[in-house]
Every structure is written in C-alpha cells, then in structure tokens.
Design a protein. Structure first.
Length: 457
C-alpha cells in the first residue's frame, strides 16, 4: 500500500513564506524608491528653476556692475580735475588722464613721483590742507598697469600730447586729500589735483595791475610837481636867450632850452596818458600851429644836427581843436625822429587842406605829414607802435606815440604811419575842421632853414 506525497504549496500565495515576505519587502522598497525619485526630480526641477533665476540675476548684476564701472571710468576720464588713488604699499591704482597731464605722465608707484610732489601729497594727507605747488615735469612714458580692479592709469595719447606741449611752462596744482579706507593694513588715499594756473595768473595780473596803478598815480603826482618849476625854468631860459649875451652863451642857452623842452614833453606825456580830460576845443589857426612847431623845435633840431623843413599849406585855415595838445603831438613826433637820427638827418612837416586838394567836401579836414630820414620801422613793429609802453629804443618810456594816438582820437581825427626799414618813417595826421570856420587857400609857405651837418634827402 503506497503512502501519498504532500501537495506542493505556492510560496507567493503563502504570505508567511519567507520568500513571499522578501518579495513584499522588495516591492515596498521599490515603491518607496520610486516615490523618493519622483520627489527628487521635483526638487531638482525646482532647484534648476531657482538656479536659472539666480543666474539671470547674476548676469543682470554683472551687466549692471560693468555698466557702473564703465560709467565711473568715463566720469573719471572726463573730470576737469585729476584723481590719484594710492593704496597701501604706495601702489598707484587709479590715475585719470587729467592727473597724468598734470603730473607729466603715468606712474605705477608713489615712490616714482618727484620729491616735491611727494612732500605735497604727504602734507595734504597729514594736515588736511590744500597745498599748491608749480609742476614743470618732463614727459614720462606711461607704464602698463595690472588689469585687475578699476584701472584708469593709462592716459590717452591726446592727454600725453597735451602734457608734452605744457611741459615748457609750469603748471600750478592744488592738492586735496580724502581717505577711501583708513585701516592700517589697507590704507587707501585719494588725492584730487586741480589746475589753478589760471587763478595764479589772474592773481599775479591783479598784483601787477595794483603796482602799475600805484606807479601811475605816483608818476602823475611827480609830473604835476615837476611841471610848475619846469615852466619857470623854460621862461627864464627864454629870457636869457633874448638877452644880449655872447655867442657862446647863446649856444649854451639853446642846449638848456632843448633839454627843458624834452623834459617838458616827457612830463606832458605822463599827464596826457594817465590823466586825459576832454580837450578844450577852440578855433585854432593850423598855419600858426606849424610856425610854432618850427620855432619851438629849431633848438632841438640844431642839437640833433637835423635839417628841418616846414611846408605850410594851412595859412588861414582854422580848425576846432585844443592847440596845446596838438603842439604835444608835433613835439612827440619830432622828438621821436630826432632820437632815431643821432648822427643827423632830415625832418619835414607839411600841412595841407584836404578840401583844397580837389575834394568837393569842404569839411573833410586838414592833413599834417611828418616825415623823417631815420632807420624806419620793421613791419612786425608797425601794429604796436601806438601801444603805451612799446618802444624799440633802450631807456624810452614808450609813451610819445601812444599819447599822439589818444590826442588824435579825442579830436575825432586819426594818425597813421608808413615806413620801411632804411627808408625813414612818415606819420599822417588827419584832423576835422568846421565848414563855417575853414577858409580855402591856394598858396604854400616853405620854411627851410640852413642847419649845418644835416643829411640831405
């Protein structure tokens, strides 16, 4: 009799079977891993979104930072003052073009700066004051600085060219200091450099003008004090000249008269230039004015060994003028000619009525021409000869021709000069006259004295 075998059982259907329990645990772990992976994918997607947003913000921040740095660079380059930044260890980290121009070039280290400039920087840092000093530095070839950080130390070629053109004249610079960082380890100073050359020049000009004004007032005061006794000396010299004296004494008196008249002309020039009230216009006989000029200038011409010729075409012509000031004009022109003909020469004074020379306008005025045989005037000096203080002769005040110009302007007339080197000079004076007082004429009176040793034209 055979015994029956037990029927095999399915482990999957038996929950208590170890294998079934292992499969269940694996299934649960796989589900947990799947759920965790899903959560991880969600978190990665969220982090990726956050990272993309952060990257966009970072790119925007970098772009904004670059834009701000570029704006700061342009601002520093365009500033009218120099900016110099010195960090710990004396390294120059910032040097804008204006600072490079003022310093004469670019520098990497403060140790390379000139000693006077370094001392001024230290003074500004220690005291907080704003020292000023002149800089006349040679042009320095710029060095390349590290590209890290804000680097503005390389000046443009235009600024270097301008620095090269300015190195011949000193540049006055004012220096002001401020701390960017004051810690001992990372002390950083910023220096503001201002070009105060124009202010210095204005200050010097004001001081020069103040001194010049003081000299003007003093010279005018002295001229007033001298003129009164000088007039008395001229009167007494004239009386002596008319006295019955020996020929040698007359010669001495003529020399005294010439010296007094020259001195009187100088005094009157000072007064006319620095104190010029309106002229006292009155009917004046122009012909008599030329005769006076001949008689008055004759002693001076003899002393200078100059021949004089008066061609008086103004007999009977009356002009509305201040005779004393016109006398000063003729005296100045003659003295100027005498001084430039020390070895003798020839001087001609010619008067002509412009209305009688073919013009239908009777009120055109009169013309007085003063011509000499001196050395002439170089073309470069012609535009300046009527400027006060301009002279090509040592020891001359340069006032005579300036006074002539001013007096002619006061009479609403004009004075012009024609000259070439070696051909003498010709001065043309034009003066208006009233139609009612002017009288035509048709004759000229020539006065031509025989003065020994005079050069012929």
């Amino acid at each position: 009799m055979s015994s029956p075998f037990p029927t095999p059982q399915d482990p999957a259907r038996n929950a208590e079977h170890p294998l079934a329990r292992a499969f269940a645990s694996f299934t649960e772990a796989a589900g947990s891993l799947e759920r965790t992976y899903g959560q991880l994918q969600g978190q990665v997607a969220h982090l990726r979104q956050e990272l993309e947003g952060t990257n966009r913000d970072l790119a925007t921040s970098l772009e904004e930072n670059h834009r701000i740095r570029e704006r700061l660079r342009r601002i520093l380059e365009g500033l009218p003052c120099g900016v110099l930044v010195i960090e710990a260890g004396a390294r120059i980290s910032t040097l804008n073009p204006e600072a490079a121009r003022l310093l004469g070039g670019s520098f990497e280290s403060a140790d390379a700066l000139p000693a006077a400039l370094s001392a001024a920087l230290d003074l500004a840092r220690q005291t907080g004051e704003e020292p000023e000093l002149p800089l006349a530095l040679p042009l320095v070839v710029p060095h390349s600085l590290p590209q890290s950080g804000l680097d503005l130390s390389s000046p443009t070629q235009a600024s270097l060219d301008q620095s090269a053109s300015n190195q011949a004249k000193p540049v006055w610079v004012a220096i002001r200091h401020a701390w960017l960082e004051q810690s001992e380890a990372r002390a950083t100073s910023v220096f503001i450099l201002r070009d105060v050359s124009e202010a210095k020049k204005l200050e010097q000009d004001r001081e020069h003008l103040r001194r010049q004004q003081a000299l003007v007032e003093m010279s005018a005061l002295l001229a007033h004090e001298i003129r009164n006794p000088l007039g008395s000396l001229e009167l007494f010299a004239g009386l002596l000249a008319e006295a019955n004296l020996e020929a040698e004494s007359h010669s001495w008196i003529e020399h005294v008269q010439a010296g007094l008249r020259t001195l009187s002309a100088t005094v009157n020039n000072v007064l006319h230039l620095h104190n010029t009230p309106q002229p006292e216009l009155a009917p004046t006989d122009a012909g008599q004015l030329l005769y006076w000029a001949y008689n008055f200038l004759l002693p001076l011409a003899k002393q200078a060994r100059v021949e004089m010729q008066i061609i008086n075409g103004l007999n009977g012509v009356t002009i509305h003028a201040d005779r004393h000031r016109l006398e000063q004009v003729l005296l100045n022109l003659a003295l100027n000619a005498f001084r430039f003909m020390p070895g003798g020469g020839w001087l001609s004074i010619r008067g002509a009525d412009c209305a009688s020379a073919g013009s239908e306008d009777e009120d055109e005025g009169v013309e007085i021409v003063v011509r000499d045989t001196g050395p002439g005037i170089v073309p470069t000096d012609l535009p300046r000869i009527f400027e006060a203080g301009f002279s090509t002769r040592d020891g001359s005040s340069g006032l005579g021709l300036a006074v002539c110009h001013r007096i002619l302007e006061q009479h609403r007339g004009s004075i012009a000069v024609e000259s070439r080197p070696g051909c003498g000079a010709t001065f043309r004076l034009r003066l208006p006259r009233n139609r009612t007082t002017g009288a035509k004429h048709s004759s000229e009176h020539i006065v031509e004295p025989a003065v020994e040793s005079g050069a012929q034209l």
